[in-house]
Design a protein around this ligand. Structure first.
Ligand code: MN
Length: 162
């Protein structure tokens, strides 16, 4: 039995299975390096706390990357653009999407956003509610994203900010 347990743990560690991270949280209360929410979104491209879990890795067959992104309240991407555009499927919470020069749009579960190729924009949670979306980036051979400056507090809080 002990041997089986050790064997399983070794396998879980080797594969970095989410179930292992989950059980670690449940038994010790300590944060695991990779949570079921995924990896912490990089601070140089995001304000606040967001988590990215890749669902489809980029490869030469599909040239498409799909990820689940969970934004905690107040968290958002920097301004950025996608050379081949991006599709966002909102699955939970309340958030925002804004294109440069356009009013900020509120996002809710079920909303679908099509960010056109090269159009500068940002997306994230609202100030009081978390938001989760699936992000689909096609034609990654042209590049996934070009990252720009952070969204300021003034821009973030203004529904009509430019
Ligand atoms: Mn985007």
């Amino acid at each position: 039995m002990l041997q089986t347990t050790i064997g399983l743990c070794a396998l879980c560690c080797a594969l970095s299975l989410p179930v292992f991270a989950q059980s670690k949280i449940a038994t010790t209360g300590a944060p695991a390096p990779a949570t079921p929410k995924g990896q912490r979104a990089p601070a140089q491209y995001f304000t606040g706390t967001a988590w990215i879990s890749y669902l489809v890795a980029d490869d030469s067959t599909y040239q498409c990357v799909v990820g689940n992104v969970a934004f905690e309240p107040g968290a958002r991407t920097n301004w950025h653009r996608h050379p081949s555009g991006q599709i966002l499927l909102v699955t939970e919470g309340v958030g925002y999407y804004q294109e440069k020069g356009q009013p900020r749009r509120q996002l809710r579960k079920g909303d679908v956003i099509q960010a056109r190729p090269g159009v500068e924009h940002w997306h994230g949670a609202s100030a009081k509610h978390a938001m989760t979306h699936v992000a689909i980036v096609p034609n990654t051979e042209k590049g996934a994203a070009v990252w720009l400056q952070p969204v300021t507090e003034e821009q973030y809080l203004s529904p009509s900010s430019k």
